[in-house]
Design a binder for this molecule. Structure first.
Ligand SMILES: [Cu+2]
Length: 160
């Protein structure tokens, strides 16, 4: 009877390939259930009422708990409301974003927050701000003649 002989190096590579597959499967499972947040579509909204109905008629920062904030932000050619946000360092901030007119986008520098802001939709995205400093954010979706002036700042203040 002849036995099937596999070279020891070949065997090692086969084992490594199998382990890599298991590793990738675990990575997919981990990102599916923990800590990997795509900008979520929260709900729908009538864009013609965004500027007149709460919460987007009075956009701003709402403290939900110590260190937890919600930001209701309205994008409208060519401003973000609020244009300046102040929060203490170590805060977790959930942004609710919508547009009163055309499609916009938001990207906050030095974070992984990058989302579309679409009329008729509320986008929800959460981020954590540990380091004090000024974080600029800008519209990254061409929205008309003065698109390039559409930006704002998040001031993360040192906890006293
Ligand atoms: Cu814009």
């Amino acid at each position: 009877m002849s036995s099937f002989r596999v070279d020891p190096y070949e065997k090692l590579w086969m084992l490594a390939s199998g382990l890599i597959l298991v590793l990738f499967l675990l990575a997919v499972a981990a990102t599916a259930f923990y800590g990997f947040h795509l900008p979520g579509h929260e709900t729908r909204i009538d864009p013609s009422r965004v500027a007149s109905d709460p919460p987007f008629a009075n956009p701003g920062v709402v403290e939900r708990a110590p260190g937890r904030y919600d930001v209701y932000m309205r994008a409208q050619v060519w401003t973000f409301s609020p244009g300046e946000i102040k929060i203490p360092a170590g805060s977790t901030v959930t942004f609710y974003l919508t547009s009163a007119d055309v499609q916009h986008g938001v990207l906050i520098e030095r974070t992984n927050i990058n989302a579309m802001i679409l009329p008729g939709h509320v986008t929800k995205i959460t981020g954590r701000f540990d380091k004090p400093g000024v974080y600029r954010f800008l519209c990254h979706e061409y929205c008309g003649a003065a698109h390039q002036i559409m930006f704002g700042t998040i001031v993360v203040e040192q906890r006293s």
